[in-house]
Design a protein around this ligand. Sequence first.
Ligand code: GRF
Length: 188
Amino acid sequence: MQRIAVFASGRGSNFEAIAAAAERGDLPAEVALVVSDRPDAEVVARAARRGIDCFAFSPKEYASKADYEREIVARLDAAGISLVCLAGYMRLVGETLLEAYGGRIVNIHPSLLPAFRGAHAIEQAIAAGVKVFGVTIHEVDASLDGGRILAQRAFEYDGGNRAEIERRIHEVEHGLYVETIRWLLTSE
Ligand code: GRF
């Protein structure tokens, strides 16, 4: 059984979908570790409820990004992690983590990349008046949301209801992330 880690900074609904799929046997993997840069994030409580190990840290308690990433790498190594899934992890992955786990880190982004990179993708898409929204899963490299695209799914929506757009994006994300992780773990 492969062991995966999920990194998140907030709500953790994607973490929940991945962990639930793994528990049901829909993934050939176990979520063995959660990493969060926000000790008060909802994802930290979700991990505890599921009995999954969590490394929650405050970046400001470290002298540099390299310092906290060294600690993350040590935790990933100790947990025997083969795939890192970023799910709302609001930090750029740095050199230290990329050197150790490059090629084994993926991210989910709430737009059809390369459109609308960065933290406010949904707002940018609404502001641009797009009629087709979507989700991208991509490899993580040193760029902002710029790594090789692995999977995308789109839906049409012509309206301005932001809550509805977010709800539909999350619905698409939860299914697509589980499918893509399964494909990655079985095609290697
Ligand atoms: C998702 O929309 C993801 O695409 C983006 O951050 C959000 C995280 O949502 N990167 P959640 O914390 O999984 O609910």
